[in-house]
Design a protein around this ligand. Structure first.
Ligand code: AP5
Length: 221
């Protein structure tokens, strides 16, 4: 099963992708995570990527598309994969379709996590990440147990650079302009299922599982 998690920044793509990946064993491919790893290095590419992420803008397709094409051609993706944060534009979706089509594959299911801007801003302003091991926290729903320190490795948790209100608004603008049109694009392709992402992580996860087990399976047969 080749699955895409679509949704605005902070709609819960990464959270649900982790749970799906654990349950079904498909590799979780997060372009945001790939770019944050690149950004942490020391190269001209790292500098360029940092500039885009920290301003809340999309990394250019000339960098993004090759990275994704290479990743989904790896052997662990042969039995399916889970894309989180890609595609983010009609252009990226078209390239993905062509690339998969060449290998006799396609996107079987797009899960669209729908959430209001107010809820998105609340969640992103409360998100904290461990700079040591990458574990995700949320000061409202999943706070660290002790004094802001990571439960797993003890490092002080921190905000993502792009999780301040000015950049969150920029990311939402970019989402509306570039990514939101993918909702109609995948509706027309009859692969999109909308999920109410305003519920708790567990409730959203139950809906996601139902769609994967039933609806996506129907699309595939
Ligand atoms: P990326 O990392 O993909 O950021 P994003 O799309 O803005 O998504 P987020 O990671 O912020 O949110 P999410 O939807 O995964 O939500 P999460 O589960 O973390 O991309 C970062 C940057 O990389 C981009 O801005 C761009 O520069 C670049 N980039 C990436 N892909 C690209 C591409 N294809 N092309 C070009 N550039 C690209 O949840 C958020 C918070 O809410 C967490 O604290 C979580 O605990 C909490 N939460 C989650 N679910 C719930 C719930 N149900 N109830 C309560 N709280 C919840």
């Amino acid at each position: 099963m080749n699955l895409v998690l679509l949704g605005a920044p902070g709609s819960g793509k990464g959270t649900q992708a982790e749970l799906i990946s654990k349950k079904y064993g498909w590799p979780h491919i997060s372009t945001g995570e790939i770019f944050r790893n690149i950004k942490a290095g020391k190269s001209s590419l790292a500098e360029a990527v940092k500039g885009y992420i920290d301003r809340g803008q999309l990394v250019p397709d000339s960098i993004t598309v090759d990275i994704v094409e290479q990743r989904i051609s790896e052997s662990d993706c042969e039995r399916g994969f889970l894309l989180d944060g890609f595609p983010r534009s009609i252009y990226q979706a078209e390239i993905l379709g062509v690339s998969l089509g060449r290998r006799g594959m396609g996107i079987d299911c797009v899960l669209y996590l729908a959430l209001s801007d107010e809820a998105i801003i609340r969640r992103l302003e409360a998100r904290r990440v461990c700079p040591g091991c990458g574990r995700d926290y949320n000061l409202v729903t999943q706070p660290p147990k002790e004094n802001g320190k990571c439960d797993a490795c003890g490092t002080q948790v921190a905000r993502r650079v792009d999780d301040n209100i000015k950049i969150i608004r920029e990311r939402l603008d970019v989402y509306r302009k570039e990514t939101q049109p993918l909702v109609d694009y995948y509706i027309k392709k009859k692969v999109l299922s909308e999920i109410d992402a305003s519920k708790t992580i567990e409730e959203v996860s139950v809906s996601v599982k139902e769609f994967i087990d039933l609806k996506c399976d129907v699309h595939r047969t």
